[in-house]
Design a protein around this ligand. Structure first.
Ligand SMILES: NC(=O)c1ccc[n+]([C@@H]2O[C@H](COP(=O)([O-])OP(=O)(O)OC[C@H]3O[C@@H](n4cnc5c(N)ncnc54)[C@H](O)[C@@H]3O)[C@@H](O)[C@H]2O)c1
Length: 311
């Protein structure tokens, strides 16, 4: 059993704690927000239920997770520290400084940043060699992938240990050769989001159409055959011809995103404000959460029936 200390008990810190406890590890969690701490354990049972864990096992798994009142309490008797606070560089720096002031210098720290450079997150650290990018996907107890990446000064042994530990938990662990903002997954995801916003800006279609196209075509394909295997499958000459014709028309926008800025300026922030790119009437949030969980579980069941063959 590895003993984890997690800073940030929001969506990801909570989900990571559940994933770790489900795999037999312990997790002590600290969050600055008392309300988040107060509701923490109420969120464990439903998360385990989504994983298909019987109610009788939920108690012992939940008991491996503790919440603590002060950050310095999580560094006591800990093997690995996990940072899961908001995606702001100054917040990450502040947490790293606090952790380094109280934790043993050799304790590894995993940052769950989505898109920040690991090298930048490590700026100002006394021991940047202990920091690894370990990027889980939401919900971390269901989605298999974890991306592991170094900063410029990360000790490769910290990455080795992270990959071994995650693989032993049954996670699909990929290790990047160098630090890039967004790892692989979010670069692919946001290249697609940028193109979708560009189609909206050009008046080509509405947001619901983007989702219909995605869910009825690429979404079906990509969990079975990835874009690289598919490029080979249809042939690289065709892939080259299509890209050569299409690339000049694809968005390269770096700063201006009216498709997001306009709804934001109108207080349409998405699910939580009742409207965003799409309407969010009462009931939609629950239906989407259930559909998302069910869809992931269905795809996971299919994935397990496909032999993971190395050609
Ligand atoms: N939401 C996702 O789908 C997702 C997926 C992968 C990675 N991430 C990344 O994970 C990180 C956390 O994201 P999230 O979605 O869990 O956010 P969140 O807002 O749900 O949770 C962040 C938590 O950190 C707490 N916090 C803030 N400052 C703190 C501090 N100094 N000490 C202790 N707790 C503090 C907040 O109170 C909050 O509960 C971000 O870097 C995000 O980019 C998010």
């Amino acid at each position: 059993m590895t003993r984890f200390g997690i800073v940030g008990g929001g969506l990801m810190g909570h989900g990571i704690a559940v994933a770790l406890a489900k795999a037999g590890h312990s997790a002590a969690v600290y969050d600055v927000d008392p309300q988040t701490m107060a509701t923490f354990h109420h969120r464990v049972g439903p998360a385990l239920a989504q994983c298909g864990v019987p109610g009788s096992q939920a108690g012992p798994i939940g008991a491996r997770i503790t919440t603590v009142q002060a950050l310095h309490d999580i560094v006591r008797d800990v093997d690995v520290l996990v940072e899961a606070v908001p995606e702001r560089l100054e917040d990450k720096h502040q947490v790293m400084a606090t952790l380094e002031a109280v934790a043993a210098p050799e304790t590894p720290i995993w940052t769950n940043t989505s898109v920040l450079s690991i090298t930048q997150v490590a700026e100002g650290m006394a021991h940047p060699e202990r920091l690894a990018g370990v990027h889980w996907w939401n919900p971390p107890y269901l989605v298999p992938l974890v991306e592991v990446a170094p900063g410029a000064r990360t000790d490769p042994r910290v990455l080795d240990e992270a990959c071994d530990l995650l693989s032993a938990m049954g996670k699909t662990t990929v290790r990047l050769r160098r630090d890039v903002p967004g790892f692989v997954g979010n670069r692919l995801q946001f290249a697609l989001v940028r193109e979708a916003l560009s189609l909206l800006d050009q008046g080509v279609c509405d947001p619901a159409t983007i989702d219909t196209v995605m869910r009825s075509s690429l979404g079906l394909r990509w969990s079975a055959v990835g874009p690289m295997e598919n490029a080979d499958y249809i042939g690289l000459a065709l892939t080259r011809d299509i890209l050569g014709n299409l690339a000049p028309h694809l968005s390269t926008e770096k700063e201006v995103f009216p498709g997001l800025d306009k709804p934001l300026s109108e207080d349409r922030h998405g699910r939580a404000s009742g409207a965003g790119l799409l309407p969010w009437p009462s009931g939609r949030e629950t239906e989407v959460a259930e559909r998302l969980g069910a869809g992931i579980r269905r795809n996971l069941a299919d994935l397990r029936t496909v032999p993971n063959r190395e050609w």
